[in-house]
Design a protein around this ligand. Structure first.
Ligand code: NAD
Length: 275
């Protein structure tokens, strides 16, 4: 990838899944990486993985739903590496499949605070640094659920549609100021996000059971797809993505190969958006 080597990349939610893959990919491309996550243990594991492979990484504990915490994260990035060239604002949560009328105000606020306010908070802290240095590229993690509705996931889908709109609007504000802003919309990807919502305290037992059932259905559809791709209607390519397949696209969008791309949400979904 062009022009990532020697730069500084910040990745939120980098202790797991897509964020970890993205952090490792930035390091492979030669960037210094700020690994940010609310869970210290897994974040430090990502740093170790990068260092074991010969890269340079620093862990910062952050809760993206708290603006003061996000400001501190960006300060640490700049203090440690002197610049902030790329940001992958990726941290997010998914709660169980829940009817809209069963979502509590507390569940709604928590999900929107992390998935949508968190992306705004990150950009609010990152943009002045990038503007001051005259260049920067931001990639936000949206979702296929940010492009189409998903029954049972209305709060998640609303948060991710919000990320898509926020990405477009901020890209327009900064198009003439040296900062590009894009998003990816992953389709189903092998990560820990399922276990995070299965284990969440505020999920009702019924919600957890519905979620477990949906996961079993998804697994069955995937297994069938090995024999007959058309059986897995959800993903035309007939398989779930690897996190590394998201990371490559994030690196591309940050690289100067994507120098004329801003304001877009790129589906990385095995063909789902085309169906
Ligand atoms: P994951 O659970 O494996 O990783 C999410 C990471 O975010 C975890 O390390 C977690 O500790 C961190 N995190 C959670 N809340 C945080 C907070 N408040 N502050 C900082 N960090 C926090 O899940 P993943 O699948 O890698 O998810 C990454 C992103 O991808 C999310 O935004 C998710 O909505 C999106 N996404 C995932 C899929 C999928 O199928 N896995 C599909 C579409 C979109």
């Amino acid at each position: 990838m062009k022009d990532i080597d020697g730069k500084t990349a910040l990745v939120t939610g980098a202790g797991s899944g897509i964020g970890r893959a993205s952090a490792r990919r930035f390091a492979e491309e030669g960037a210094n990486v700020v690994v940010a996550d609310v869970v210290e243990e897994t974040g430090r594991e990502t740093v170790e993985l990068i260092e074991d492979a010969g890269g340079d990484a620093t862990f910062v504990e952050v809760d993206v739903s708290e603006f003061a915490s996000v400001e501190r994260m960006v300060d640490v990035a700049v203090e440690t590496y002197g610049t902030l060239d790329f940001a992958h604002n990726n941290a997010g949560i998914l709660t169980g499949f829940t009817e809209t009328t069963d979502i509590t105000e507390e569940q709604w606020d928590r999900l929107l605070d992390i998935n949508l306010k968190g992306i705004w908070a990150c950009m609010r802290a990152e943009l002045p640094v990038m503007e001051a240095q005259g260049s920067g590229a931001i990639v936000n993690t949206a979702s296929e659920a940010g492009l189409v509705g998903m029954g049972g996931l209305s709060s998640y889908s609303a948060s991710k549609h919000g990320v898509v709109g926020l990405t477009k609007s901020v890209a327009l504000e900064y198009a003439g100021r040296g900062v590009r802003v894009n998003a990816i919309a992953p389709g189903p990807t092998k990560t820990n996000i399922q276990s995070s919502f299965l284990g969440s305290d505020d999920s009702s037992l019924l919600s957890r059971l519905k979620t477990a059932l949906e996961l079993v259905r998804m697994a069955i559809r995937t297994m069938r797809a090995d024999f007959d791709t058309s059986a897995m209607r959800d993903v035309p390519m007939g398989r779930i993505a690897e996190a590394e397949e998201m990371a490559g696209v994030v690196a591309f969008l940050c690289s100067s190969d994507a120098s004329y791309i801003t304001g877009h949400t790129l589906p990385v979904d095995g063909g789902q958006a085309a169906d």
